[in-house]
Design a protein around this ligand. Structure first.
Ligand SMILES: [Zn+2]
Ligand SMILES: [Zn+2]
Length: 420
């Protein structure tokens, strides 16, 4: 990156003057260890080609059959889009909309905006709506859950294997490849794309080292460092994203989301997740029942994965955020680094608890043989999806810099313009 431009840490607000980073290298915050910048080994042309490939693979994954299922002479081709339609027809509207957004519409939006932005950067021009597009792109990123959907496909197929003859279709291979491609492309976040624009001289870079560091903040979308008031929202000077140095009533909002999530987590566990009917009768499965079922089928590895995603992850997220909110007065750099690690963990595990919700939608589509064998989503599926959404909103509302404030107030710490 161009030497001398300013870079503020998202976690602790420490302002750094950037230094050249080798391709493949990273620059971390001197104070809390957060990764400020990763320099890509690859060119824009490479990323553009990868994005186009991902769009083609996306089409194959979504519209070609995932599997062909044969049961008592009846044949069923299952696709993810078909599964969404079926969920809607069964009257599970919230479930259908929720999984449709995170498994189809948001990843598609993400890919379209990315390809457009890369095209603009490649042609060395920054259209007026680039800033708007990047704000949408940044918003949609955390809600795009294709890798979770890929894992859900594997779990569903294992669960289903004993029930009927199942032949994998092109869709399933495409989903596997798409999972890898989107994980690679997730490196190109809005901050990185703005950095490309900055490096090409298309966007202004923040360079004024005389900015008083206690009154500056970095934009969440474009990372532009600029003077900012504590609680008054003002649009970012470079991209227009409304920003403040501190959010009003941050902890009240996070607590509200956390409490709502904890309350909905109870019906999500007690009510049935799946209702399975076959000529022998009807059985009802809760989340833990589903884990036990996988264990009984001999897939103890998948049982562990589902247990972690559906039970351990939500509880860890709720607990970790509560700890971050309550233990604000941890002193010292070591404790601060622990806070950063804990918050990064919460951000990282964010979407994985959606696993079981996807499994239910897919299983219902695979076992759609009315009168013979049928799986229907239970009320817990939508509740559990809401828990995931609420805990993600809680993590997004949490401002990791708030712990630093308490720390600098009590220790009288200064926030000098640290250089590295
Ligand atoms: Zn930092
Ligand atoms: Zn901005």
């Amino acid at each position: 990156m161009p030497s001398g431009s300013l870079w503020a840490c998202r976690h602790c607000d420490t302002v750094h003057a950037s230094v050249p980073v080798e391709p493949g290298g990273i620059a971390t915050c001197v104070r809390c260890g957060y990764v400020l910048y990763r320099r890509s080994r690859f060119s824009l042309t490479f990323w553009l080609a990868l994005t186009y490939t991902a769009i083609v693979v996306f089409g194959i994954a979504q519209f070609f059959p995932l599997a062909r299922i044969t049961l008592l002479g009846k044949v069923l081709d299952v696709s993810f889009v078909g599964a969404l339609f079926l969920t809607w027809q069964d009257g599970h509207y919230i479930l259908s909309v929720m999984t449709g957004l995170v498994g189809f519409w948001f990843p598609l939006t993400q890919l379209c905006f990315l390809v457009w932005a890369l095209q603009c950067l490649k042609k060395d021009r920054l259209p007026w709506d680039f800033a708007f597009a990047m704000r949408v792109y940044a918003w949609v990123g955390p809600w795009s859950m294709i890798p979770v959907l890929v894992l859900a496909l594997i779990v569903s197929i294992v669960k289903f294997a004993g029930l009927a003859i199942l032949e994998p279709g092109p869709g399933i291979w495409a989903f596997g490849i798409l999972g890898f491609l989107l994980t690679a492309l997730s490196r190109l976040d809005s901050v990185r794309l703005w950095r490309y624009a900055e490096e090409a001289g298309l966007a202004p870079a923040a360079r004024d080292h005389r900015l008083p560091s206690e009154h500056v903040a970095a934009c969440d979308v474009c990372a532009y460092v600029q003077p900012r008031q504590d609680f008054e929202p003002m649009p970012c000077e470079r991209c227009g994203h409304p920003m403040t140095k501190r959010q009003h009533h941050m902890s009240a909002r996070v607590w509200a989301y956390l409490i709502a999530a904890a309350v909905i987590y109870i019906p999500a566990n007690v009510l049935p997740m799946m209702i399975i009917s076959n000529p022998l009768g009807t059985s009802v499965h809760t989340i833990l029942g589903g884990v036990y079922e996988l264990w009984r089928l001999g897939s103890w590895d998948l049982a562990v994965i589902v247990f972690v995603a559906s039970v351990v992850v939500p509880i860890t997220k709720l607990g970790a955020l509560a700890v971050l909110l309550l233990a604000r007065r941890w002193r010292g750099e070591a404790a601060q680094r622990q806070r950063t690690r804990l918050y990064e963990l919460v951000e990282f595990i964010g979407q994985w608890s959606m696993l079981d919700v996807f499994v239910v939608v897919l299983m219902a589509a695979m076992a759609n043989f009315p009168g013979v064998s049928q799986i229907v989503a239970g009320p817990a599926a939508a509740s559990f999806g809401m828990v995931v959404v609420l805990t993600m909103l809680a993590a997004m509302s949490y401002d990791p810099r708030s712990g630093r404030d308490e720390n600098s107030k009590t220790s009288g710490g200064t926030k000098a313009n640290d250089e590295r």
